[in-house]
Design a protein. Structure first.
Length: 349
């Protein structure tokens, strides 16, 4: 009997050890504490710069009412918590409910760029208007005017005020007219309606919900510096309300070379391969308000946005990864979380 009991206890001990080992392995995997992080992202060339190609939220349906087709909700213009619309058009359009060019219609002056609805309790309910980033406010107090030339065979993007940190199914109605010249539109008001779903939180403590990144060849007066420079910013949602802050003194960037990850060397003209924009003066990193960016934490919606992190890479042939360390307390104490953002450049051959 004693032998049987001992055997059972040994078996339980083995299973316990295996479970502990499995947990340890899981915790050691990249992004163990972060959901919605792709294994590797791709940068594609748009005109003179490289921008993130993938990882956007797809549009479930799109009713094209006048030549504008929304393809997805993607990377953002500078602020990851304000995502962009990725779209194409069959002609030049003006994203506004108002007709300019010497004509101003009072009955349409309050029409927004877009209206947002959320699916709740089996029906669509109003969830506010959708604003646009970088819209131009016209003289005379007229509403902002945002236009695009067209047609656009390659996708374009415009920053919005959509809220990707609130999981739900959304329906957006865009209002626009045909653009005739710089400040003139056609009379007819068109609408494009599209739907998308912000997924429910993962079972991890935090989820990556937005990003901005671009790189371009560093050139002065037509002469190349021999490296590619740019910046990145990430937005993260806390799924349990626990705050986090990026420890900017611990950020690193690596490249995959000869079968292993190695640090990206600083540039030949003495510039850092990676640095936080506030650490140009090293003493600043001794102060928590610069090292951890407390301004990035929004307790109301439980999100955190990193400050702009500058990158300088030697070429577009290597694979790269940026490793960011986050802390729970502004004095650097508490649990630390590591996020790895890996990417490569799209093959242009």
């Amino acid at each position: 009997m004693k032998k049987k009991i001992l055997a059972v206890l040994l078996t339980l001990a083995v299973f316990a050890s295996l479970a502990a080992a499995e947990v340890a392995v899981l915790r050691s995997r990249p992004n163990a504490d972060f959901g919605f992080v792709e294994e590797e992202y791709t940068l594609t060339k748009e005109s003179w710069q490289y921008v993130l190609k993938d990882g956007y939220i797809p549009v479930d349906s799109c009713e094209d009412g006048g030549g504008l087709t929304v393809l997805g909700i993607g990377q953002t213009n500078w602020e990851p918590r304000t995502p962009t619309l990725i779209f194409t058009t069959d002609r030049a359009i003006a994203l506004t409910g108002v007709n300019y060019g010497g004509k101003y219609y009072e009955e349409t002056k309050n029409i927004p760029f877009g209206t947002v609805e959320r699916w709740e309790n089996g029906e669509w309910t109003p969830a506010g208007d959708m604003g646009l980033e970088y819209a131009i406010v016209m003289l005379g107090g007229l509403p902002p005017f945002r236009s695009t030339d067209g047609p656009t065979e390659t996708p374009r993007s415009i920053g919005t005020s959509l809220r990707l940190y609130e999981p739900a199914r959304y329906r957006v109605t865009l209002n626009y007219r045909t653009k005739e010249d710089e400040y003139t539109t056609g009379d007819e008001l068109y609408h494009t309606v599209f739907e998308f779903t912000v997924p429910e939180p993962t079972d991890k403590p935090y989820d990556l919900i937005g990003w901005f990144m671009y790189l371009s060849e560093e050139v002065d007066d037509g002469a190349s510096h021999g490296y590619y420079g740019g910046m990145m910013t990430l937005a993260i949602r806390s799924n349990d309300g626990t705050p986090l802050y990026c420890d900017n003194a611990c950020n690193t960037v690596e490249m995959f070379e000869d079968g292993e990850w190695v640090p990206v060397p600083d540039t030949s003209d003495g510039k850092d391969a990676i640095y936080h924009l506030d650490d140009e003066y090293p003493p600043l990193l001794e102060k928590p308000e610069y090292r951890y960016n407390p301004r990035g934490w929004n307790a109301t919606n439980g999100t955190y946005e990193t400050e702009q992190i500058s990158l300088r890479l030697p070429d577009t042939q290597h694979r790269y990864r940026v490793r960011l360390t986050f802390v729970e307390n502004l004095d650097g104490t508490g649990k630390r979380h590591e996020l790895t953002f890996a990417f490569r450049f799209e093959d242009e051959s």
